[in-house]
Design a protein around this ligand. Structure first.
Ligand code: AMP
Length: 287
């Protein structure tokens, strides 16, 4: 596995690979890798000749008072895991090079960036779409892989790629969970044992919602009430939102029908903020 930190070197390498006719797959991450990230890498591997993973803790997607400085960083372990999972190039640019003094250009997907996560993190998606655009210009991938775990992010990036006519295919990998149901996240390392046990209410409530639909339940309000009750039962979890929305528009829906709907949750346990989701539809249920 090759490690690259210089942006120009990454661009030259990408041009060389493209000139050889090789397909470049790309997996952007903020590092502190877990099996969810590695699933993305493995999916990319199946569709590409060369897989690039970036590890970059992007300062502009953190709001004031969020966990940018605390965010777990583990470069040696990341390099080992990435290489073992089949990564060809690990790209870790320096923040000073990504955002040189005076940089003032933003890429923003207006509308879907202002709801759900955007209500609580108003500048978050602007930071994500800006850095992903820059990373696309650096890595020049044929495809890029994102996780369903961050469903709103995947939707916003899909919209950005469409609106800006980017010639990049997007792949979305399912959410990887621990055996007890907790969605894997680099932020899970913040959780104490007891907070982690409380956090299980999130995946438990998603399973309750799936059961509700399998059993014939169709009413959005009843489902949302049930999920909120499960989340708040012990008082340890504080939901930021519980939303049932159209998977394409993120608009709230009233009844669960045959088109897929996204049940999205954000909740805080202590100082840690967790998000999770599932897709529900009347006939078949996916996790
Ligand atoms: P992050 O490093 O948390 O910014 O995530 C990098 C990529 O990994 C994003 O596309 C995430 O959606 C994806 N990802 C994070 N956690 C998971 C998970 N548990 N399962 C699948 N993909 C994930």
């Amino acid at each position: 596995m090759k490690t690259i930190t210089s942006i120009t070197e990454m661009q030259r390498e990408a041009e060389r690979l493209r000139a050889e006719g090789l397909r470049i797959g790309f997996v952007p991450t903020m590092g502190s890798l877990h099996e969810g990230h590695l699933d993305l890498l493995r999916l990319s591997r199946r569709h590409a000749d060369v897989v690039v993973m970036s590890v970059f803790v992007n300062p502009t997607q953190f709001g004031a008072g969020e966990d940018f400085t605390l965010y777990p960083r583990n470069p040696e372990r990341d390099a080992r895991l990435a290489e073992d999972a089949g990564c060809d190039i690990l790209f870790s640019p320096d923040a000073d090079e990504v955002y040189p003094p005076g940089a003032s250009t933003w890429v923003q997907v207006e509308g879907p960036d202002a709801i759900l996560e955007g209500t609580f993190r108003p500048t978050h998606f602007r930071g994500v779409t800006t850095v992903v655009t820059m990373l696309f210009h650096m890595v020049k991938p044929h495809h890029a892989v994102f996780g369903q775990k961050d469903a709103q992010q995947a939707l916003i990036i899909r919209r950005m790629v469409r609106d800006l006519h980017m010639d990049i295919e997007l792949l979305v990998a399912p959410t990887r969970r621990d055996p007890d149901g907790l969605a894997m996240s680099s932020r899970n390392t913040y959780l104490s044992e007891s907070a982690r046990a409380e956090a299980l209410a999130i995946s438990r409530s998603l399973r309750l919602a799936q059961r509700y639909v399998v059993d014939g339940g169709r009413d959005a309000q009843a489902l949302l009430r049930m999920v909120s009750d499960e989340l708040t039962r012990t008082g340890a979890l504080i939901p930021d939102y519980v939303a049932l929305v159209d998977t394409d528009t993120l608009e709230a829906i009233e009844r669960i029908g045959t088109t897929p709907v996204l049940l999205a949750i954000a909740a805080r346990v202590g100082k840690t903020r967790l998000i999770d989701n599932t897709i529900l539809r009347a006939e078949t249920i996916e996790s």
